[in-house]
Design a protein around this ligand. Structure first.
Ligand code: ATP
Ligand code: MG
Length: 583
């Protein structure tokens, strides 16, 4: 440590909110360069190397082969698949000196696909699985929590190539197993959830989420083992119900632009006859948003859903991708004078209606059900408007919020909600990219067939961040042994030359038996500072060599439990070797 490139900090960096992020900076693992862009210092490189090592081992085990594509890429392949445009503002685009369009790769489906097309032409060449560990670049709208959401980050991405669906399924299953082994070894709690395949296209898809209350993803679970990202929850279409409501009637409901004010006014002025009170769930709320398509065209969209539910921004986002969602603003209302803000109803919504705005309903809205909804006039609502009898829509959309207590999609369980951080994503891409880029091989009968692909990612730098979030206390980081920058942190708590000599012997003894040592040999630093640094840096075992040496004793401390024990100095090496081997 007397030569290690390190400066530990006692204070939390101003821009770091999450404890793991704060500690990674304070303990000298990473340093911020710009939002979402980080430098990895020597200790950080050690940890990163361990994580990459685990991933490489498990990828090699399933027969995937490591390659490395450039991060700096030409435009053309991404133009061919539409992603040069579809990636929108998230793509870092640049020009070379000849004015050619270049980009920094946000993900590499195109490059892998083209490489295989270049080199292979027969079914005999398949199956094939390739991976890389490479920097990715995404101009994230909200870089967050340091390395958890970077604009430059490291991803392990792999791709499988098969002749048919059965092959793809096999490759997918192998990856799933590899990911289970990887995430078990990385040492954080995770769940495997059904995922939305989103802009990538394709079908079967699962995510590995680290369970973390600060996560940006929300997932649901039920008591029968169903688990899904909320983005992927499919609310079943409500079965038609018999119409029991009388004719729809428009009523004055002044000053009721919100569901809350509407429900209060209904109960005050238009009490129900069946004795129960009106609630938000009796109302049909119509939410307007503006979709911005990759080519820049703007298209308004209306979503009708029960008034006690919000539109879930993330669910909506993945349903309309690659279009982006923007708020419907005053100027937009001005362009559609038939929209009475606060009192918008199905009377004007829909491609066949006066606004021509596409109108999609939440699937919970049954044919035959009756609603209170806007009458398209200020201060007026319509009661008993029946879906299918009095209004129709252009279709349905899975964008309503999912709440704890909702029934699971298969109707048998009850959903619970929790937060997570996406650590890995596996999905069956199918032929989307192979088709766009012309990746075909000859099959057994000499017929050209399109190769079917799988795509699989792990956030490598994000994994370091999540491990740090999950493994710390008030004093600092506590690395799981397999990830730690060293096995043993040797602290010399003395200024006495002879103690250093003895400590060095022990360090050499440990290293001779493949124990990785971080040796605090700083001659002029006080024991107190050394102890603090050791706790902050988080090596799992700390060996203190100090005063006790006079009596032939040294102290072994377990960083996680805080347990200390004195051992005879002559046994220190053997005991530490055994401890490292056992854990
Ligand atoms: P997110 O929803 O968190 O933005 P994503 O769906 O964009 O993730 P993928 O494109 O599937 O992620 O990328 C594969 C993996 O790369 C993710 O599972 C995640 O672990 C990691 N990853 C994605 N974006 C980032 C980022 N900005 N910083 C660090 N890691 C990331
Ligand atoms: Mg993303």
């Amino acid at each position: 440590m007397s030569t290690l490139f390190l400066r530990t900090l006692r204070e939390n960096p101003a821009d770091a909110e999450l404890p793991g992020h704060q500690l990674l900076v304070r303990a000298g693992y990473v340093r911020r360069v710009a939002p979402g862009i980080y430098t990895w210092l020597p200790l950080g490189m050690k940890v990163l190397g361990k994580v990459e090592g685990i991933i490489r081992e498990e990828m090699d085990r399933i027969g995937s082969q490591e390659v490395r594509f450039p991060a700096l890429l030409p435009r053309e392949p991404y133009e061919a698949t539409g992603r040069w445009t579809e990636y929108g503002d998230s793509l870092f685009r640049l020009k070379d000196r000849k004015d050619a369009d270049m980009m920094l790769g946000p993900t590499h489906e195109e490059m892998f696909c083209l490489a295989v097309k270049d080199m292979y032409s027969s079914y005999k060449d398949l199956p094939l699985s390739l991976y890389q560990v490479q920097n990715k670049y995404r101009d994230e709208a909200r870089p967050r929590a340091g390395i958890l959401r970077g604009r430059e980050f490291i991803m392990k991405d792999s791709y499988s190539f098969d002749i048919d669906q059965a092959g793809l399924q096999k490759a997918y299953d192998a990856h799933r197993e590899a990911y289970i082994r990887i995430f078990n070894r990385l040492g954080f709690e995770y769940v495997i959830v059904h995922a939305d395949s989103g802009a990538m296209g394709g079908s079967a898809s699962e995510e590995f989420l680290a369970v973390n209350e600060n996560g940006e993803d929300t997932f649901v679970r039920d008591e029968h083992g169903y688990a899904a990202n909320v983005e992927a929850v499919v609310v079943p279409q409500a079965a038609p119900v018999e119409v029991t409501a009388g004719a729809a009637h428009v009523e004055d409901t002044p000053d009721t632009p919100t569901i809350e004010t509407l429900v209060a006014a209904l109960n005050r002025d238009h009490a129900r006859t069946d004795g129960r009170e009106w609630t938000g769930a009796d109302t049909l709320k119509n939410v307007l948003v503006m979709l911005v398509h990759p080519d820049g065209t703007r298209e308004p969209l209306a979503i009708g859903l029960p008034g006690d539910r919000e539109v879930d921004a993330k669910r909506l986002e993945v349903k309309v991708a690659p279009a982006e969602v923007e708020p419907f603003e005053e100027k937009d209302f001005a362009a559609y004078p038939m929209l009475a803000k606060g009192y918008i109803g199905p009377g004007v919504l829909g491609s066949e209606q006066s606004s021509t705005i596409r109108y999609l309903l939440d699937p919970s809205i049954a044919q035959g059900s009756a609603w209170v909804t806007g009458a398209d006039e200020h201060g007026k609502h319509v009661i008993d408007l029946v879906h299918g009898r009095d209004f129709t829509a252009d279709g349905t959309i899975q964008a309503g919020e999912i709440r704890a207590g909702d029934v699971s999609p298969d109707g048998t369980g009850t959903l619970k909600l929790a937060r997570g951080i996406e650590m890995g994503h596996i999905f069956q891409l199918g032929t989307k990219y192979a088709e766009a880029l012309g990746l075909k091989v000859l099959d057994e009968n000499g017929k050209l067939v399109t190769v079917t692909m799988g795509s699989y990612g792990v956030g490598v730098t994000r994994a370091v961040g999540v491990i740090a979030e999950d493994n710390n206390d008030q004093y600092g980081l506590i690395w799981p042994r397999e990830i730690a920058p060293a096995d043993v942190h040797v602290v010399v708590a003395s200024k006495d030359e002879s103690v250093f000599v003895r400590a060095e012997e022990i360090v050499r003894g440990l290293e001779a038996q493949d124990v990785e040592v971080l040796y605090d040999d700083r001659p002029k630093v006080s024991p107190g500072v050394k102890f603090k640094d050791a706790e902050l840096m988080g090596v799992p075992t700390i060996l203190v060599i100090g005063k006790g040496l006079a009596d032939g004793k040294v102290e072994i401390k377990d960083r996680r439990s805080g347990e200390r024990r004195e051992v005879p100095v002559d046994e220190a090496v053997a005991q530490l070797v055994a401890e490292v081997a056992a854990s």
